[in-house]
Design a binder for this molecule. Structure first.
Ligand code: DOR
Length: 432
């Protein structure tokens, strides 16, 4: 179990956006006591944990609003301990596990169980996302007040959409009184029955039933009206359609308290990835078209999309080594997010400052979490990224129990070397 750091010194590390100004970080008793050029000059070398930061970037502790840790109920795919180890290896210091567990997290008991498991791990912290409706069934509201008191900061029926406008209206009103964000999995299920992928030229060519963009768009449009009516905090989970991005942009321009997230896979891949029927690329919402991918980057740049969330969705071989129709949707993301997105951002000329804001400050703001960037006097929270490290995505390098990713076997550039969360070292690359 990680212990509070007595002394940690990182020397000559670089802020990702100031490559010419090396900094030192000194952590004592879990707090950052000094941060800046030469800050560790008077600390003799070799005391405590002494890290050579040369060639590394100092990044904030990352925050993920959307992960599936599968405990309770599906521990063969992931559990809270393995999921938090994967999070730490990806640079994350706080994650929000979704409620589609068994039993569903729709009340105090499951929220408390998740919080207690995370306390046992004593590293990366969590805010469980409670269900909006009991059993994710879409009709009776879940015990929001009790889940809030037990540690939830948001509610969602993720995997399922709240289809009834009346239930959604009540959920927004109720959540508002309990200071909870309502996260919607925007999918009109009547438009996606039997769908295996995005509806478009590729689905037509493969002869597969498609999930049209409009299934997302009609829910986002409806919910924005309900959010305006109730003045509640509404968040679009895994936004994937360029039309939905335009709807959110317009709602924000009118001052609505609306936020949105995008996943790494919707920033990186299109429906063409399904041409080989790769079940690792089956996901909800589905991978869309280049016009959507480009719109996701643009929306992230202009702040229409506030944050990146991985939607880390572990599934085992039984769920993925089968035909596309039988495969479960979802892919893992926590450990691949930063290397993949840094690479893509550099190729696109996308500002890294905005990318890391979308992975730390913005998600923290949405759920009302204390900022997780390194600063003097604060509990230590940060990670170190080696932009030149090369590693292969496989069983020996992944901490997650599941390996359902289209990037399996791929050689990546860039790795998180060290993650510090809540004053504890929760990940050291290469350490057992
Ligand atoms: O692809 C997905 N997988 N989308 C979801 O909304 C749920 C998730 C899961 O739980 O596997």
């Amino acid at each position: 179990m990680p212990r509070v750091i007595e002394l940690l010194v990182v020397r000559d590390v670089r802020a990702f956006d100031a490559p010419d100004a090396p900094l030192d970080v000194v952590v004592e008793a879990g707090r950052i006591t000094r941060l800046g050029p030469g800050a560790a000059n008077d600390v003799p070398r070799g005391r405590g944990l002494d890290v050579d930061g040369r060639g590394r970037w100092l990044l904030p502790g990352l925050v993920d609003l959307h992960v599936h840790l599968r405990e309770p109920g599906f521990e063969g795919k992931e559990d809270i301990a393995s999921g938090l180890a994967a999070a730490a290896a990806g640079g994350f210091v706080h994650v929000c596990p979704m409620p589609n567990t068994r039993p569903v997290n729709d009340g105090r008991i499951v929220t408390e169980l998740m919080m207690s498991r995370a306390r046992d791990v004593d590293g990366v912290s969590i805010s469980p996302v409670g269900a909006i409706t009991q059993g994710l069934l879409g009709s009776e509201l879940a015990e929001m007040a009790a889940m809030r008191a037990a540690g939830a900061r948001a509610v969602s029926d993720d995997g399922k959409c709240v289809m009834s406008a009346a239930v959604m209206r009540r959920a927004l009103e109720y959540a508002k009184t309990h200071d909870l964000v309502v996260m919607q999995h925007a999918e009109d299920h009547t438009l996606t029955e039997g769908a295996l992928m995005h509806e478009g030229a590729v689905s037509a060519r493969l002869g597969l039933r498609g999930w049209p963009r409009v299934a997302e768009d009609v829910i986002v449009a409806r919910d924005l009206l309900l959010a305006e009516l109730t003045r509640a905090r509404y968040h679009v989970s895994h936004l994937s359609s360029h039309v939905s991005a335009a709807l959110v942009r317009e709602a924000k321009s009118r001052g609505l308290a609306v936020t949105a997230e995008v996943t790494p896979h919707h920033l990186l891949l299109t429906d063409a990835a399904l041409l080989g029927y790769d079940t690792a690329c089956k996901v909800n919402p589905p991978l869309r078209e280049q016009v959507d991918v480009d719109a996701m980057w643009q929306a992230l740049l202009d702040g229409t999309i506030d944050c990146v969330a991985t939607d880390h969705a572990p599934h085992g071989p039984l769920d993925k080594e089968c035909e596309l129709a039988a495969a479960a949707p979802g892919l893992i993301g926590l450990e691949l997010c930063v290397p993949l997105l840094v690479d893509a951002a550099r190729k696109r000329g996308f500002p890294l400052a905005r990318l890391f804001d979308a992975l730390s400050r913005a998600p923290s703001r949405i759920i009302g979490l204390e900022p997780t960037h390194p600063r003097e006097g604060a509990e230590a929270s940060f990670c170190l990224f080696d932009p030149d490290a090369r590693w292969k995505v496989d069983r020996s390098t992944l901490r997650s129990k599941s390996m359902n990713t289209p990037f399996l076997g791929r050689e990546l550039t860039g790795a998180i070397d060290l993650t510090v969360a809540r004053g504890r070292v929760v990940h050291e690359r290469g350490a057992a």
